[in-house]
Design a protein around this ligand. Structure first.
Ligand SMILES: N[C@@H](CCC(=O)N[C@@H](CS)C(=O)NCC(=O)O)C(=O)O
Length: 310
């Protein structure tokens, strides 16, 4: 479900683009600006707690101790005909736009570009001073947080250290298509062949990273970096949602000893568990993608709390 803006006007439609062989095609993020100057109190993150890309930005904010420097707000987990919405009066998921009081996330895209054409996605890094959308690509936002914004943080964490940058970038590039985007390629494939290809690539990559994590704590060795965050937000959604909803069902992540140890290690980092909202995650996917789950009910799944604490 959802829709997109065309010349600043909302077109509501099930609109998952595919290529000629039925494979899922993700659009490029449109806003790719940089911050002129990272200042405390000036920037805001619009996220969905459901979304793995947006979740990356909240975790990096937490690990850097940027809580006082950067504000954030979440949309409502259901993404139906109006795309992402704010629902201040919703009993289960109260959510609002604290800057403009808009009802729809798309209203903010139109504020930033009145003739915008494209999908309306989270995360968004918003500049309250110039009142515009700076960047809506998580891979760039987390790099900005870990470089431009890091000096404003309270923890002193170095998540994108210069000597490791090439390695971090290479790792993130390597797992993006088979894993982060790969779960969507399984779920949104329109042909069985496209699904099978995505599924095989996904599990080959999971096997590979499980082996890589055998002798090391993190993706790039013993240092925690943004690459770990980028992988974690997909893995934490895998067993409760993707396994069933996107049919990524060859294996659970908890069946991979080293990947599962990695997920638990990340989850145990100070502040990270508080950024994980399984209620938003499960409600969003199962109840929003009616093309995959027409009745919209949320199936039962593994008890993630018990698994993570075990
Ligand atoms: N490449 C983007 C992807 C962002 C993205 O696709 N977010 C999803 C939520 S998980 C979204 O907002 N989708 C709405 C839509 O496509 O209409 C990033 O990493 O930030």
């Amino acid at each position: 479900m959802g829709g997109r803006l065309v010349d600043g006007k909302w077109v509501s439609k099930d609109h998952w683009e595919s290529d000629t062989s039925g494979g899922f095609k993700r659009q490029e993020s449109a806003f790719r600006g940089a911050v002129e100057r990272a200042e405390a109190g000036r920037f805001h993150l619009y996220v969905s707690h459901a979304c793995p890309w947006a979740h990356r930005t909240l975790i990096v904010r937490t690990l850097l101790g940027l809580e006082d420097a950067i504000s954030w707000s979440t949309v409502h987990p259901l993404m139906l005909d109006d795309g992402w919405v704010f629902a201040p009066d919703d009993a289960d998921y109260p959510s609002d736009d604290p800057i403009h009081g808009e009802r729809f996330l798309r209203d903010l895209y139109v504020r930033a570009d009145p003739t915008f054409t494209g999908r309306v996605t989270v995360p968004m890094l918003w500049d309250k001073q110039t009142d515009t959308l700076v960047n809506n690509e998580s891979a760039e936002i987390i790099r900005m947080l870990a470089t431009d914004f890091a000096p404003l943080g309270t923890t002193g964490a170095v998540l994108y250290p210069e000597p490791l940058r090439a390695r971090i970038d290479a790792a993130m590039d390597r797992f993006y298509n088979p894993i982060n985007n790969g779960v969507y390629r399984c779920g949104f494939a329109r042909t069985e062949a496209a699904y099978r290809a995505a599924h095989d690539e996904l599990f080959a990559a999971l096997d590979e990273w499980d082996a890589a994590l055998q002798g090391q704590q993190y993706i790039c060795g013993d240092a925690l970096t943004i690459a770990d965050v980028a992988l974690f937000t997909t893995l934490i959604r895998f067993d409760p949602v993707y396994f069933v909803h996107f049919k990524t069902s060859k294996k659970h992540i908890y069946e991979y000893p080293h990947l599962w140890a990695f997920v638990r290690r990340m989850y145990a980092l100070p502040g990270v568990a508080e950024t994980v909202h399984f209620d938003h995650i499960r409600t969003h996917y199962f109840a929003s993608h009616r093309q995959l789950n027409p009745r919209g009910f949320v199936p039962d799944g593994p008890d993630m709390g018990a698994l993570l604490r075990a």
